[in-house]
Design a binder for this molecule. Structure first.
Ligand code: 6PG
Length: 249
């Protein structure tokens, strides 16, 4: 059963970032109370920087049990982890370097691999190991279910590194794939989670700010079934929330 998305609108990117940080904190508290672990998938681009800074600051940071919080990435550019365009570099500078997160809780996409395809295969192995069913269980792991997946929205309707018309959109088995990223900015190869993984999440939160994305956002919201945009195909069985600013309404 696909639930209706919940739209939360704020006056500014600062306000939506603060609200999203509070929501993530509440979700973390619930997940850790229920299962002693919180799995959070970070998004890239520029929008989430303020959110990450909020998560690393008072009053939010002390409320999050960082020892039981595990970070993952929804996508990554095939660049060194300290490159200014690296999604990991953004998270490291604005969040990871400021909180007491055990290094083993950081599940980075290893872009030192020999190719984006090798990095994607390695990341899938990392995820399959992390989410492996208990020894001896009959459970057959189709796709992992993250507690919360953060996503952004590109002006062309892409999300993570799932771009319009790309074959990656039709992937139904792999958890992680490489895309050539030629139409992206920066135009470098990418590694991305696939739609089945995004749609297996317990909660997906889109963060969208700026009038340039108004048209795409409205189309996705008003015509989710027909909108050709990749972001319109993120329809998790769990919760779907859009944290947006007033420039989109
Ligand atoms: C990436 C992101 C991508 C991003 C959108 C929005 O690696 O580029 O994961 O999906 O979320 O392109 O980017 P902005 O926040 O910079 O507008």
């Amino acid at each position: 059963m696909i639930r209706k998305p919940e739209i939360r609108t704020y006056p500014s990117l600062e306000d939506l970032s603060r609200a999203a940080a509070d929501y993530i904190c509440e979700t973390a508290e619930e997940a850790i109370k229920e299962r002693n672990i919180f799995t959070l998938v970070l998004s890239g681009g520029s929008t989430p920087r303020l959110l990450y800074e909020e998560l690393a600051s008072q009053p939010i940071s002390p409320r999050i049990d960082w020892q039981r919080t595990h970070l993952f990435w929804g996508d990554e550019r095939f660049l060194p982890p300290d490159h200014p365009d690296s999604n990991f570099a953004l998270a490291f500078k604005s969040l990871i370097s400021k909180v007491d997160l055990p290094p083993s809780n950081i599940n980075r996409i290893l872009t030192e691999s020999r190719s984006a395809h090798a990095a994607a295969e390695a990341y899938e192995e990392t995820l399959r190991h992390f989410f492996r069913p208990p020894a001896g269980s009959e459970e057959d792991m189709n796709f992992p279910s993250f507690d919360l997946v953060l996503l952004g929205l590109g002006r062309d309707g892409h999300t993570a590194s799932l771009f319009p018309g790309d074959a990656a959109l039709e992937e139904t088995y792999r958890w992680v794939v490489a895309v050539d990223g030629a139409t992206a900015s920066p135009p470098v190869p990418r590694i991305t989670l696939t739609l089945p993984v995004l749609n297996q999440a317990d909660c997906v939160v889109f963060l969208v700010s700026g009038s340039r994305k108004k048209g795409v956002f409205e189309e996705i919201l008003n015509n989710p079934a027909t909108a050709a945009y990749p972001a319109a195909r993120v329809r998790p069985s769990g919760r779907l929330l859009w944290f947006i600013d007033e420039l989109l309404v």
